[in-house]
Structure formats: C-alpha cells, structure tokens
Design a protein around this ligand. Structure first.
Ligand SMILES: Nc1nc2c(ncn2[C@@H]2O[C@H](COP(=O)(O)OP(=O)(O)O)[C@@H](O)[C@H]2O)c(=O)[nH]1
Ligand SMILES: [Mg+2]
Ligand SMILES: [Zn+2]
Length: 290
C-alpha cells in the first residue's frame, strides 16, 4: 500500500500524486458514501495495480474541508482583488475574509492590476488590512511586478485563489508557473462555464513546490449557516475591544456601552470594516426571519 495526494477528481476517477507519479485510481466500493467522503486535497492509501493505475483503499484524516471550492487540507486562501477593472469593493473583500475566517484559514490579500489607477486610495486600504494582521501584496501580473513577493507564501502549501472574476487570478497563476497555461480573459458566455478547470476543483502543482487551486470566482458569498455571534469573531480587530463591551452577548449593534462602536468612533477600527460587518449582520438577521 502506498500513500498519495488526490489532485483531481474526474468522471469517477481520482488522480493521485505519489512521489513524482500521477496514478489514476478507482475507489474501493465500500468507500463510496457521499460526495464529501473523498475530495481533492485528501491524502489516501492506495493499492497499485499497474504502473499508473490503482485502487484507493482508505482516506487519511483531514485537517480541514473547504466547501467552496470543495477541497480538503487547504493551508491558506489568497484573496485576489484588483486596483481597477474591476475596482476593489471592500464590502465584498470583507465577505471573502469572513468566509475564510469561518473555515479557520488564513487570508492573504493580493491586490492585482496596480498598473491601473482606480479611485480607491490603495495606501489607506493596505494600511487598514495590514494593521489587522493580514498580509497585503500588491502586484501587477500583466507587468510581472510584485510576483516575487507572493511566491514565498505559496511554497509547499495548498493555496486556494479566490476573488471576483476578472481580477486576474488565472493570469497570476500563469505568471507563477507558465506551465499551468490557464485560460484567462473574460468568460464571454455560457460556453466557457462548464469547462474543466472552472467547474471542478483541481490541485495545480507549482514548479516551486506546493499546489494552487484556481477558482472561477465564487459567485456565491452567502452566509447560510452563520450564527450572529460567530460573525463578530471573523472581524479580528473587534476582538480587542469586544471584551470591554458592557454585555458579553453584545453584537455591537444597538447595545449601549459598546466598546467596538466606541473604537469605530475613535477611528481605532476602520468605519468601512464596521459598515461591512453591519451589512452582514443585517443579512444574517434577515435570513433568520425568512
Ligand atoms: N491591467 C492589467 N490587467 C490584468 C492584469 N492581470 C490580469 N489582467 C487582465 O484581466 C483580465 C482577467 O484576467 P483573468 O486572469 O482571466 O482573471 P480571473 O477571472 O480572476 O481568472 C484579463 O484580460 C487579463 O489580461 C494586470 O496586472 N494588469
Ligand atoms: Mg480565471
Ligand atoms: Zn459591543
């Protein structure tokens, strides 16, 4: 029996990387329980049949499971946004951050297309997120600027690239490793949608070691099962203040003597972060009612 890493699932077969080989595997019957019982990113035990074929006999314990995209054992998420075309929407960035925090993963913020000057003042934005503790990397994939700042984060890790479509995720990955040859540019119509790389999560090996997952840009950033009380914890900088709120159940909304709101007023917490928080909180409250 040998062990390997599932890098791709397709048509009922699993492509397992073991040493330098990719072994195409079927699944031992008793393992076929549900769609999340074996996913890309899982470490498996397999019985080789021929040089490049095998049968998966067991799945090793997982460290974590990301739902969108469906990948196991992810180390971190790179959230890609663009300085322009399309311009950063901080409320959307904060939603991605919350989803990453809920999965228990670290977020790295990557601002691409710094060759474009948008109306957002990048320096202000990067200062806020860095102060919270998120690495912020500014790059221009098109001009191959700043790629070297991103590279070291990816070595020997499984990294998911997420963000809106059109921000340059695939272009960045091609820049990191031209052998990936990912399709870039606007997805013009339905034609592009059902195709390989976009629909199924796949671990793409980087020449420098490590794997990346390219996503088509999550279209859905809804919080289905998120509890109100959980949300505030996803805003890391709130944690320093929430201890001092009068009520320990404080949602930093209409409660009196709220230390988080006070910190917003004193500009210790960025007002737009608080705005993002309120938007999401209202949405969760709405969902609860509906
Ligand atoms: N100006 C500029 N355009 C870029 C840059 N990186 C990517 N693009 C363009 O943005 C468009 C979308 O890129 P793509 O990689 O497909 O984005 P994805 O949807 O996030 O994968 C393409 O036309 C790219 O050529 C950059 O650094 N600067
Ligand atoms: Mg893409
Ligand atoms: Zn409070």
């Amino acid at each position: 029996m040998i062990t390997g890493l599932v890098i791709k699932a397709y048509n009922g077969y699993y492509y397992v990387k073991s040493d330098d080989k990719v072994i195409v595997c079927s699944l031992r019957g008793r393992l076929k329980k549900d769609i999340v019982s074996l996913v890309v990113g899982d470490n498996v035990q397999l019985q080789p049949i021929q040089a490049d074929k095998g049968v998966i006999e067991g799945v090793l314990p997982r460290r974590n499971l990301l739902r969108r995209p469906l990948v196991a054992n992810v180390d971190q998420v790179v959230l890609v946004f663009a300085a322009g075309n399309p311009e950063i929407n901080t409320s959307l960035l904060d939603r991605f951050i919350v989803l990453t925090e809920l999965s228990g993963l670290n977020a790295i913020i990557c601002i691409n297309k710094v060759d474009i000057t948008g109306s957002i003042v990048l320096a202000e934005l990067t200062t806020v997120y860095r102060r919270i503790g998120y690495p912020v990397i500014e790059i221009s994939a098109k001009n191959e600027i700043g790629i070297n700042d991103l590279q070291p984060y990816l070595n020997n890790k499984i990294t998911v690239f997420a963000g809106p479509s059109g921000v340059g995720k695939s272009t960045i990955l091609n820049c990191l490793d031209p052998a990936l040859q990912l399709q870039t540019g606007e997805v013009s119509s339905k034609i592009g949608r059902g195709k390989h790389t976009t629909r199924y999560a796949q671990l793409l090996p980087l020449k420098s070691g490590g794997y990346v997952v390219d996503t088509p840009g999550f279209s859905s950033t809804e919080f289905n099962d998120v509890h109100e009380a959980e949300l505030a914890h996803c805003f890391r900088e709130f944690n320093n203040y929430s201890r001092m709120c009068k009520f320990n159940t404080c949602l930093h909304y209409k409660e009196p003597l709220c230390a988080v709101k006070e910190a917003v007023n004193n500009e210790q917490i960025s007002p737009w972060r608080y705005e993002s928080y309120m938007k999401m909180l209202m949405e969760i409250k709405e969902n609860k009612r509906g």
